[in-house]
Design a protein around this ligand. Structure first.
Ligand SMILES: *[C@@H]1O[C@H](CO)[C@@H](O)[C@H](O)[C@H]1NC(C)=O
Ligand SMILES: *[C@@H]1O[C@H](CO)[C@@H](O)[C@H](O)[C@H]1NC(C)=O
Ligand SMILES: *[C@@H]1O[C@H](CO)[C@@H](O)[C@H](O)[C@H]1NC(C)=O
Ligand SMILES: *[C@@H]1O[C@H](CO)[C@@H](O)[C@H](O)[C@H]1NC(C)=O
Length: 253
């Protein structure tokens, strides 16, 4: 909490920028969805579902149970209204942020230095619907957005992370999970922004997804991808060339 306040303060001082954010919209067929139309609702850090400012607060550490699908995402709070988005395998889609923002900005955007990754987890046999799925099953990675060059993270100042659903992804219902995180050289202080959407993938299928992980604890605090300190002044990295993409590898389909 204290750390977060300091982070916010630093952000405000360094440039006019948005606060934290929630990936609560999907972009499908070039259309931006409503907030939490396809994405599981999450709580604020005080446990409430009605405060976007608090919802946007990070989760700390890869071992926190809430990195599975976001804070308080299961049982599904918006179970009565959440929809399942039909997506064609092979198409490009995106997770877009919402969140509180400061005066001077016209919209929220991603400003934490760190990578973004997207995963899929098929609705397990025997689980009736996505609403009933706790997200404890296997996930495979379908996208990674790392450093763009030595001084810029590719997601920095973007509104969304776009990616392609691999063309040969087996058809079916999935949790589509995004994680964007701020690595840290201090244990327990990496900041995680995680959300999950309900999707049904349709297409030719035929692929065999590989490289499964489960959340939480897909990574350890000592993993070089999590334990990382950017060279350079705060918020002005000078050498991202040593950053290592977290395992597993992206499954290309
Ligand atoms: C993501 O895709 C949407 C359209 O589907 C596009 O408007 C937007 O510019 C793309 N964003 C990035 C960062 O490429
Ligand atoms: C996960 O989120 C729920 C809902 O806000 C909260 O009650 C719980 O304490 C969180 N768990 C951890 C480990 O932070
Ligand atoms: C995207 O377009 C396809 C083809 O028209 C449609 O079947 C699908 O339902 C659309 N998905 C969403 C989420 O609008
Ligand atoms: C990135 O930084 C490293 C270490 O300072 C340097 O060796 C490398 O040439 C840089 N790469 C680019 C593209 O500037």
């Amino acid at each position: 909490m204290k750390l977060c306040t300091l982070t916010l303060l630093a952000a405000v001082l360094s440039h006019q920028t948005s606060a934290h954010y929630v990936f609560n919209r999907l972009i499908i067929n070039n259309t931006i969805s409503q907030e939490f139309q396809y994405v599981r609702d999450v709580t604020g850090n005080a446990g409430q579902y009605d405060n976007l400012w608090q919802k946007a607060f990070p989760i700390y550490g890869p071992e926190n149970e809430n990195v599975t699908c976001g804070r308080g995402a299961f049982p599904v709070h918006n179970a009565a209204t959440i929809e399942t988005a039909t997506i064609f395998a092979g198409s490009e889609v995106g997770f877009m942020v919402s969140g509180p923002y400061y005066q001077g900005d016209t919209q929220p955007y991603i400003f934490h230095e760190g990578p973004g990754q997207v995963f899929l987890s098929k609705l397990p046999n025997g689980v009736k619907s996505l609403r009933d799925y706790d997200g404890k099953g296997d996930f495979f990675k379908i996208a990674y957005a790392g450093p763009q060059d030595n001084t810029t993270w590719s997601l920095m100042e973007k509104l969304e992370m776009n990616f392609t659903i691999p063309k040969t992804t087996p058809s079916g219902k999935y949790l589509l999970r995004i994680e964007h995180f701020l690595p840290s050289p201090n244990h327990g202080q990496s900041q995680w922004f995680v959300n999950c959407a309900h999707v049904e993938i349709v297409g030719e299928g035929g692929g065999t997804p590989a490289g499964f992980v489960r959340f939480p604890n897909a990574y350890s605090e000592d993993d070089p991808s999590i334990w990382f300190h950017e060279a350079g002044a705060s918020r002005a990295p000078s050498d991202l060339s040593t950053y290592v993409e977290p395992k597993p590898e992206v499954w290309q389909g």
